[in-house]
Design a protein around this ligand. Structure first.
Ligand code: FES
Length: 111
């Protein structure tokens, strides 16, 4: 495993819809479970930089609890205004019943 990956949680800590704040090498990340998959996205919305934690998750997207912007969990792309820029996402691996996240974001956010 690359040095940029860090174990951040046990699988047993996450249940469907669960969200967890992670601080990793200065990056602030929201770890989410949705439909049996795990996603690591930027903690903050690109609209007004409020936290996305607590936003509802449906059909692969998280809705910002403040003004309703939606982002794809997989690639961070904007799915609904008022945000117009995507958010960062982070590579994630499951290792021995734990979740490891890389502090180096995935390249380029589409749209
Ligand atoms: S801060 Fe997220 S939509 Fe405004």
């Amino acid at each position: 495993m690359s040095d940029t990956y860090h174990v951040v949680a046990a699988l047993s800590e996450m249940s469907e819809g669960h969200q967890m704040y992670i601080e990793l090498d200065g990056e602030e990340i929201l770890l989410c479970q949705h439909e049996g998959e795990y996603f690591a996205i930027n903690y903050f919305c690109s609209h007004a930089e409020f936290g996305l934690e607590g936003g509802s998750i449906r059909d692969g997207c998280i809705t910002c609890p403040y003004h309703g912007a939606e982002f794809c969990l997989k690639d961070g792309s904007v799915q609904a205004p008022p945000a117009f820029e995507g958010i960062k996402t982070y590579p994630l691996k499951i290792v021995d019943e734990t979740i490891a996240i890389s502090s180096v974001p995935n390249p380029a956010i589409p749209g």
